[in-house]
Design a binder for this molecule. Structure first.
Ligand SMILES: C[S@@+](CC[C@H](N)C(=O)[O-])C[C@H]1O[C@@H](n2cnc3c(N)ncnc32)[C@H](O)[C@@H]1O
Length: 171
């Protein structure tokens, strides 16, 4: 989704307050690292993962890990757990167990990406990259306590169908 360089998603900003002070944050498929910087500037140590880390500016609180998350390699974080896991504008269904497994007890999942219906507005239009109706709720059911969920059309930074969730692992 096009956005001004460095501008964090309004959903992430809105629900960042759920994340406990100072806990470690995992930002998955970080792109240019807008959310890594956002959380680092709020005082969190951040681990940022992407297959292409060339656009992530160095920051003392951000650990950058280059990894292809879709080529069958082991999950690059091993058994490490985090107080928050952040994913925006990225979907690889095979990673869902790893994302949930990386949440510490009490940890917060903040996930926002495109959903079915986005084809009308452009890319992504491949079903592999579009959440199905209710998919993030289904992911959370029985595992996470959902604070907020939306499935809606947004008009900024561009028209898009998105689904987004803020949910906490019990404990
Ligand atoms: C649309 S960008 C979103 C970036 C960031 N989350 C944001 O919202 O600003 C998608 C990101 O997923 C990363 N990505 C795509 N395929 C990947 C893979 N197989 N392994 C790791 N990262 C991948 C891309 O490099 C890109 O940075």
């Amino acid at each position: 989704m096009a956005h001004a360089r460095g501008t964090p998603s309004s959903w992430i900003v809105q629900w960042a307050g759920l994340v406990s002070n100072g806990v470690a944050v995992l930002d998955v498929a970080v792109g240019r690292g807008r959310h890594s910087r956002f959380f680092a500037d709020r005082g969190h140590p951040v681990t940022a993962v992407d297959r292409d880390i060339s656009a992530v500016d160095p920051h003392p609180a951000i650990e950058v890990i280059q990894a292809d998350l879709e080529n069958g390699s082991p999950w690059p974080l091993g058994s490490r757990i985090f107080g928050a896991v952040v994913v925006t504008n990225y979907l690889h269904r095979g990673l869902m167990p790893d994302l949930l497994g990386a949440l510490a007890p009490g940890g917060v999942l903040l996930y926002e990406t495109f959903m079915v219906g986005n084809e009308r507005f452009g890319r992504p239009s491949n079903p592999n990259h579009l959440l199905k109706d209710g998919e993030l709720l289904d992911l959370a059911r029985g595992r996470l306590s959902v604070t907020a969920y939306e499935a809606r059309l947004i008009s900024a930074p561009q028209m898009a169908m998105v689904q987004r969730i803020a949910a906490r692992r019990p404990g």
